[in-house]
Design a protein around this ligand. Sequence first.
Ligand code: NCD
Length: 306
Amino acid sequence: MKHLLNPLDLSVEEIDEILDLANDIEANPEKYAHACDGKKLATLFYEPSTRTRLSHEAAMMNLGGNVLGFSSADSSSATKGESVSDTIRMISCYADICAMRHPKEGAPMVASQYSSIPIINAGDGGHQHPTQTLTDLLTIRSEKGRLHDITIGLCGDLKFGRTVHSLIHALVRYENVKFVLISPEELRLPSYIRKDVLDKHNIPYEEVVRLEDAMGELDLLYMTRVQKERFFNEEDYVRMKDFYILDAAKMELAKEDMLVLHPLPRVNEISVEVDRDPRAIYFKQAQYGVYVRMALILTLLEIKVS
Ligand code: NCD
């Protein structure tokens, strides 16, 4: 049985197939409206979420299926001390597929070892967020027309940001992708990703502190939120939280066709005036997240629609 725990669980060909399917779903939603009739998705969210949980649920509903689950650890038996492995044994009897978000790195992987249904990692601590990566890849491919030959700036909290970690793992498999890592010294990309992923695959990258210094060369700018919940003390967070603010003046330094992505939620790192710029596609990105999760659910449940 297939799970999605890490973006690398899917080959480049499998990712292509999921993105093609997502594009077809976008173009012909009615064709898929009953593909999951009688199926159930369980969403087990031990950490806050808006888009990821609701887009998984909307995806299953758009396919004709049903959803059940919980949206915080407080409302589950986790507060009584139940382990993830015990919980998933039950959920396997109640649902056909499960999306799980957990503050502990590796929790969805543990769940997959005890599960008899496919597990989707919907974010595990500061580690990985593979369905956000599928969303990002679909957005880039649909709006830019390609996943190769791009210079992408990743800006903000590159230390704790799991969306960035997953996106790097996925993008290094495409030709001629260059990364510009834009972060304060304290929030640099962890060395295990710099060394084991970028250096190991001879991927070109540069590290800069000032966003202004990078803007002009980027085809894509991926903004991220400073991950408040992963900081050990409030003082460090307060010092870092407004380090980057993308505004209209900074957008003037960018190419005319540079696109701005953000996994959302946004706090202050993108000023609302940028929302009016046609290059800002982060809300559209959230819409792509529904199509790609529909495609993922169909793929993991091995349901083919002709
Ligand atoms: C991201 C996450 O949860 O990692 N949000 C999301 O799923 N779209 C990004 C974030 O919380 O900053």
